[in-house]
Design a protein. Structure first.
Ligand code: CAA
Length: 260
C-alpha cells in the first residue's frame, strides 16, 4: 500500500512514523487512519525495528484531531465505524511489541491527544498544546480518550480536560504527567532518538516482555498482573541475552546482545 498522508522511515533500528497531512494540521481522516493501520501492521512484523517514534509533519501540529470536515456529515452508523477503525488502530499501536515514543511537535488535540496516549510515553516541544475539544463539538472523545487519558494523568485531570474541552500547554502537560519531557522544538527528534537508542541498546526480548507485562497488568488486578510478570520473568531465562547480560556483569564488560 502506498501512503498519501503518512511517512515511514528507518534510522537504524528506530522506526519513524510521521502523520504528514500538514495542510489540515495532520488531522486524521479515514484515509490517514487506514494508512496508519497498514503501516503499524508492517512495523509489528519487522524484527529490525526496535523502537518507534510517532510525530507530526510540519512544525505546527502533531495531530489536530479527527478530521472534523469529514465527520461533519456522518450519521450514527458511519460515526461508529470511523471511531472503531481508529480505536482498533490505536490499540494496535499501544500493543506493538516495540516501545513507541510520541514526539509531540505542536497541537495534540482530540484524536491527536488520544494517539499520543496510545504511545508508551510522550516528549513534547515547547509549542505543544494538548486537549480533548470533543464536547465543544457535540461529541465525546472517540479514539480511546475517555479510557487512556484518565489512566495516564489520573481521573481528576482527565475528567477536567475532557469536560472543559480546554487546551493546556506543554509545561502544564508536563506538570500533570501527560508528557515526560519538554524541549525546544529543534531538539525534539534528537531527544526522542537519544532515548530510543538507549532503549534499543538493552536486551530486545526483555524490553518487549516488560512492555507486555506493564500493558497487561495496568488493565487488570495486581495479582493477575504479578502472575503475568512471573511468566515473562521466567521466560527471560530461556534467552541468550539473559546469559550474555549476566555474564557481562560478572566479567565486568559491556554486554553484546544478539536479540535471541
Ligand atoms: N479537522 C479538519 N481540518 C482541520 C482540523 C481538524 N481537526 N484542524 C485543523 N484543520 C484545518 C483547518 O480547517 C484549516 O484548513 P483550511 O486552511 O482549509 O481552512 C487548516 O487545518 C489550518 O487550521 P486553522 O486555520 O484552524 O489553524 P489555526 O492556527 O488558526 O488553529 C487549531 C489551529 C487551534 C488547531 C484549530 O485548527 C482547531 O481548533 N482545530 C480543530 C481541533 C479539534 O477540535 N480537534 C478535535 C477534533 S474531534 C476528535 O478528534 C474526535 C475524536 O475523539 C477522535
Amino acid at each position: 500500500m502506498s501512503y498519501n498522508n503518512i511517512k515511514f522511515e528507518k534510522d537504524g533500528v528506530i522506526g519513524i512514523l510521521t502523520i504528514d497531512r500538514p495542510k489540515a494540521l495532520n488531522a486524521l481522516n479515514t484515509e490517514t487512519v487506514t494508512e496508519l493501520n497498514d503501516c503499524v501492521g508492517k512495523i509489528e512484523n519487522d524484527p529490525e525495528v526496535k523502537v518507534v517514534i510517532i510525530t507530526g509533519g510540519g512544525s505546527k501540529s502533531f495531530v489536530a484531531g479527527a478530521d472534523i470536515v469529514e465527520m461533519s456529515t456522518k450519521n450514527a452508523v458511519e460515526g461508529r465505524f470511523f471511531g472503531k477503525i481508529a480505536q482498533d488502530t490505536f490499540t494496535r499501536i499501544e500493543n506493538l511489541p516495540q516501545p513507541v515514543i510520541a514526539a509531540v511537535n505542536g497541537y495534540a488535540l482530540g484524536g491527536g491527544c488520544e494517539l499520543a496516549c496510545a504511545c508508551d510515553f510522550r516528549y513534547a516541544s515547547e509549542n505543544a498544546k494538548f486537549g480533548q475539544p470533543e464536547v465543544g463539538l457535540g461529541i465525546t472523545p472517540g479514539f480511546g480518550g475517555t479510557q487512556r487519558l484518565p489512566r495516564v494523568v489520573g481521573r481528576g485531570y482527565g475528567k477536567e480536560l475532557i469536560y472543559t474541552a480546554s487546551m493546556i500547554d506543554a509545561e502544564e502537560a508536563h506538570r500533570i504527567g501527560l508528557v515526560n519531557k519538554v524541549v525546544p522544538q529543534e531538539q525534539l527528534m534528537d531527544e526522542a532518538k537519544k532515548t530510543a537508542k538507549k532503549i534499543a541498546s538493552n536486551a530486545k526480548i526483555a524490553v518487549q516482555l516488560a512492555k507486555a507485562a506493564i500493558n497487561r497488568g495496568i488493565n487488570c488486578d495486581v495479582i493477575t498482573g504479578i502472575a503475568y510478570e512471573d511468566e515473562v520473568f521466567g521466560l527471560c531465562f530461556a534467552t541468550e541475552d539473559q546469559k550474555e547480560g549476566m555474564a557481562a556483569f560478572v566479567e565486568k564488560r559491556k554486554a553484546n546482545f544478539t536479540d535471541k
